[in-house]
Design a binder for this molecule. Structure first.
Ligand code: 13P
Length: 253
């Protein structure tokens, strides 16, 4: 039997959070975690870049990791407004999200670019959380598994391992809408992702953490986390306050 995969509960704050509220919530989260003891999952917060260093300091000693929301595929140079994977590492990040559907849509990022970003993350010693997911129109046309298969094939670097890569399935239509797929639909997509990863990366593919993301909240987290091949969650709106995020972390305790 395959070894149990340790879950990861990750919060993606997106473009939300100023210093006062952000620090308050990070301290609340660290305090809550301390009170309950180390949970049976990895916990990660990905704030906007402006809050990485303050949150790192505010959550010191809490076992809560910090991560970036994106990185450039190059190490450095003339790329105004961008941030490199090694800069994130240098600031104390352990993870970086790449290929989020909002980046793919708002910035026209292709899976090739996403792969370059993931490679940069690996070179810098970060774990890349690589996002995939279908749009509502693609689901309606019955193309969900095909679209995700192509995104996986094109976005994951050759050197992906269970240690340096996490895959997040985020149906675009479920993000920020309050809609979620049925547990049967999540099970079908995650089983398909697992089998593709296993075929390509062998034991590493079998051991990679697969997250579900899209309108995860305290009230539906336990049900989603119980689905086969779901090894955690990538949470947007419900990660912004400790009061909303903690019940999701708690499903892993
Ligand atoms: P919501 O949880 O707000 O739907 O966002 C999901 C997401 O995009 C996390 O990356």
């Amino acid at each position: 039997m395959a070894a149990k995969i340790r879950p990861l509960i990750a919060g993606n704050w997106k473009m939300n959070g100023l210093k006062s509220a952000g620090l308050r919530e990070a301290r609340n989260l660290a305090r809550t975690m301390k009170k309950h003891g180390k949970p049976g999952c990895d916990v990660l917060v990905c704030p906007p870049a402006t809050l990485l260093a303050p949150l790192r300091d505010a959550m010191k000693g809490s076992h809560i990791a910090i991560g970036g929301q994106d990185c450039h595929g190059n190490e450095g140079g003339a790329h105004t407004g961008d941030i490199s994977a090694s800069m994130l590492k240098d600031t104390g990040c352990a993870y970086v999200i790449v290929g989020h559907s909002e980046r793919r849509a708002d910035h026209g990022e292709s899976s090739r670019e996403v792969r370059a970003k993931a490679e940069a993350a690996h070179r810098a010693g970060l774990r890349a959380i690589i996002c995939v997911g279908e749009t509502a129109a693609e689901r309606k046309r019955g193309q969900t598994l095909k679209v995700i298969g192509k995104q996986l094939a094109d976005s994951l670097p050759k050197g992906s391992t269970a240690k340096n890569t996490v895959v997040a399935y985020e149906p675009v239509w479920a993000i920020g809408t309050g809609l979620t797929p049925t547990v049967e639909d999540v099970a079908e997509v995650h089983a398909s992702i697992r089998s593709r990863l296993r075929r390509r990366f062998r034991d590493d593919g079998a051991a990679m953490q697969l997250l579900y993301g899209g309108s995860v909240k305290g009230s539906n987290a336990a049900e989603l986390m119980a689905v086969a091949n779901v090894n955690g969650a990538l949470v947007g709106g419900a990660s912004l306050t400790a009061a909303d995020f903690w019940p999701i972390v708690e499903t892993c305790i």
